[in-house]
Design a protein around this ligand. Sequence first.
Ligand code: SF4
Length: 395
Amino acid sequence: MPARGHAEYPPSASDRWAGCVGSTQLIRKKYPKGVPNKQTQATASGTAIHEEAERWALDLGRPADPTSYGLTYKVGGKTHRIDNEEWRPHVIGYITEIHRIVEELRFFTGEEPTIVVEGKVTIIDELCWGSVDCYIYAGNVLYVVDLKTGRGHIVSAEQNKQFMTYAVGICIDHKWKFDEIHLCRYQAPDEAHPFDDWQTDKVTLQAWATELRKIIKTSEAGKGELTSGDHCLWCPVKADCPEQHKTAMSVFDDEEAATLAPVQDMTLEQQLFLVEHSKQITDYIKAVAENVLQMCCEDPKSVPGFKVVEGRSIRKWSKSEDEIGLALQMEGVDATELYEKPKLKSFTKVEKVLGKQRFAELALIEKPPGKPTLVPDSDKRQALNALHMEGFQEE
Ligand code: SF4
C-alpha cells in the first residue's frame, strides 16, 4: 500500500465511513491527493480556539491570564478577530474539566496522571489515524476528551464512533491495559450539559475495533455500498454521489410526478413524501451549488452567466470590547455614553451562582410552549393533543 500523507479513514469522519462504507472509494476517486482543506470562517475560528485550548492544556498548573489574549485567524488573506466572550467559555470550560479529571484520577488511583495533548493515535497504519485533543490516564482508568466548538450541532459522547475510534488507538498503544474508559466531549454551546461523559469498557471497544477493521477491509476491497443518512452532513462528495442524486431525483420520478402539483391537489402520501425527503433534497441542491461556486472560484470563466461576489456581512468591533471602551474613553467620551445596563448571565451560570435548589425554589424561569412541529412517530417527545394545538393557534 503506498504511503499517504492523510488518513483516508480519519476517526473524526468515522460516522461517515462506517455509515456509508462505499464513501471512501468515491472520495478517493474524486480527490486522489486527499480532500482539499477548505478554510471557512467557522472552521478557521474553530481551529484557532482549539490551538488556544491546546496551549492552555500544555500549561496545566500555570493557567494563563485570560484577559491577556486576543484570538485571531486568517481567511482569504484577511485577519478576523474572535470576541473574547466567544472563545473564552470554550477554552476555560474545557481546561477546567481537564483539571478536574486530573485531580480525581490523582485522588482515586493514588498515581500521578499522564496528560497527552494533541496526541497522535494509530488504529490501522497509513489508513486510520488521527489526533486526540486530550487524553489523561492513571492506573487502569482512561479519559478521552474532545473539544467541540460548533453551535448548530450538539454532539453526544454516548456510542460516539469518533471517540470510540480514538480510544481504540490509545488502548492498542497501551496494550489494552485500561478497564474503565471515559469518552467525553466539552461543548460550551450546550449550556445545560457542556461536559458529556460516557463510560465504557474494554470489551465494547474491542468489539468496535473488530467492526471498524471489517468496515475498512470491505471498503478497501471496493465492496462497500453507498448508504445515505445523517452521516452525509460533512461528506465531501455529496454533489457527486449517485445515492444522493437518486434520493433527490426520486421526487421527480414519473410515479411521484404528482408531488409537483399544487398542494391542494396532492394526496396526503405525496405531501408526506416531500416532508420526509425535504432535507435530503435541499442538502443535495446545496452541495451542487457549492460545487459550482468552487468551480467559479478556481476559474471564473468556467461558469458562464455567473460570477463570485462578496456575500453580505455584518459590522463588528475591530478589537475586544474592553479595548474599544478604553480607546473611546481616551477620546473623552464618558463611560455612561458607551455602556448599556449590565446583562444577566445565562440560566446555567446564574444557577451555579445561586445553587440548584434555591434557583428552583424562586421559580425564576418560565418556558413558553414550543411551536407545533411535525416529526416521525419514532421521535421520543410526547405527542401534543388537539386541545394544546388549538391553544397555541389562538395565542
Ligand atoms: S453523500 Fe452520503 S451516501 Fe453519498 S457517499 Fe457521501 S456519505 Fe455516502
